[in-house]
Design a protein around this ligand. Structure first.
Ligand SMILES: [Mg+2]
Ligand SMILES: [Zn+2]
Length: 194
């Protein structure tokens, strides 16, 4: 079984711009590619998990999500970093008026994206990590049985769109950014086969 580091996208790997809808808005956060490369080199599966409800809301088509992920993959590869998988949820339970507007099991903090990745890539969730800038990312990690790291590189933690659920356990670690999160993960051992 593999160990993974699951990464939220916006505000964790690239700048949070609020419904990224133009490829020119895609900018890697400082140190993010180097952090991913260090996790690759240590034998972790590195897997992107992102809510893209802009599709359901009609802000951009699903093909735009694919284009964004092609460009993100290219930008990372130019710095020697690689994602082992990219999983996204295009849905929203209420907003929009298409077949994407529905309850689903993949919108974070539901665990569908992690469950799918763990089947596809033989990942043991209990030895894996979830890193993200929102409390919903922390909640996802906790629900899935991963260790959870909150990064401070995206949404501010008192933003009305990022409210901490009541009675939620603390994250396992709070990091300035992905580089510091990777340090913390790597201090707890290597991934598989490294
Ligand atoms: Mg985010
Ligand atoms: Zn979904």
């Amino acid at each position: 079984m593999n160990k993974a580091v699951f990464l939220d996208r916006d505000g964790t790997v690239n700048e949070e711009v609020g419904y990224l809808s133009d490829l020119r808005q895609l900018k890697l956060l400082p140190g993010a590619a180097a952090a991913i490369k260090r996790l690759n080199d240590a034998g972790f599966k590195v897997v992107l998990v992102t809510n893209q409800s802009g599709v359901a809301r009609g802000y951009f088509p699903e093909t735009f999500v694919h284009k964004t992920h092609e460009l993100l993959t290219q930008m990372l590869s130019e710095e020697g970093a690689k994602l082992d998988g990219i999983y996204y949820c295009p849905h929203h339970p209420r907003s929009g008026s298409s077949h994407y507007t529905r309850e689903c099991d993949c919108r974070k903090p539901a665990t569908g994206l992690l469950d799918q990745a763990s089947r596809d890539l033989s990942i043991d969730l209990r030895t894996s990590f979830m890193v993200g800038d929102k409390w919903s990312d922390v909640e996802l990690g906790q629900r899935a049985g991963c260790r959870s790291i909150l990064v401070r590189s995206g949404f501010s933690h008192d933003d009305p769109g990022n409210v901490r659920p009541s009675r939620m356990k603390d994250p396992d670690f709070i990091a300035h950014d992905l580089a510091e999160a990777a340090d913390w993960v790597l201090a707890r051992g290597a991934g598989q086969g490294a």
